[in-house]
Design a protein around this ligand. Structure first.
Ligand code: CTP
Ligand code: MG
Length: 181
């Protein structure tokens, strides 16, 4: 695979996992998943992880994957590359895994004494990537290994923090997010 095709594949395949976080910021709010419960004197997850944000993020990610499936052939022709199609299993797993990874990170942040919104460099940028990749692998190992080759995964790990920092900075500048991370 040429470098351009690797980057295009990485970005395309991860879009259903990138969008849920941003959708959760836009649509989040309401009842927290942990119902206000604490563990060891600290919130289990905190007010930043809500049912509405999670469901909205997951749903938006699935819609993105459905739309990408319609666009894969024409966009691939224009770019001169072959773009991946999301089977139902991956279409469900990528955004759900992204949300679960983010929720898992909040759990770890609370256990390590970080309040809601406190930064955890590295974890903040890659939690949803790990969640999405692990769940996609479990849901469809064949599709996963065809799509996420080692070069593609490498690009995902390098590209994601850059995109994440940039989009969160924009969301902060627009007043949609309380912190720029
Ligand atoms: N959000 C949500 N549900 C989720 C994830 C995010 O409602 N599952 C919304 C919340 O309004 C949250 C905002 O998106 O405040 C930003 O998400 P994030 O940065 O992940 O949460 P934080 O508030 O920073 O909390 P944490 O320290 O737990 O990451
Ligand atoms: Mg945060």
């Amino acid at each position: 695979m040429a470098v351009f095709e690797i980057v295009a594949t990485a970005f395309w395949a991860m879009l259903p996992a990138y969008v849920p976080n941003n959708a959760a910021v836009l649509f989040g709010g309401g009842a927290p998943i942990d119902g206000g419960r604490t563990w060891g004197g600290r919130r289990v997850l905190g007010d930043g992880k809500t049912w509405r944000g999670t469901i909205a993020g997951w749903g938006t990610g699935m819609l993105v994957a459905l739309a990408l499936n319609q666009l894969a052939d024409p966009a691939g022709d224009v770019l001169g590359v072959s773009l991946p199609i999301f089977p139902d299993s991956a279409l469900v797993a990528l955004p759900l895994g992204a949300m679960l990874g983010d929720i898992g990170a909040s759990f770890l942040k609370r256990r390590s004494g970080r309040e809601r919104g406190a930064p955890f460099p590295g974890l903040d940028q890659l939690d949803f990537v790990v969640g999405a990749l692990v769940l996609a692998f479990l849901a469809n190992p064949g599709w996963f290994s065809d799509t996420f080759t080692l070069p593609v995964i490498t690009v995902v790990i390098v590209l994601t923090p850059v995109l994440h920092v940039a989009t969160n900075g924009i969301a902060y500048a627009l007043g949609l997010k309380d912190e720029p991370w």
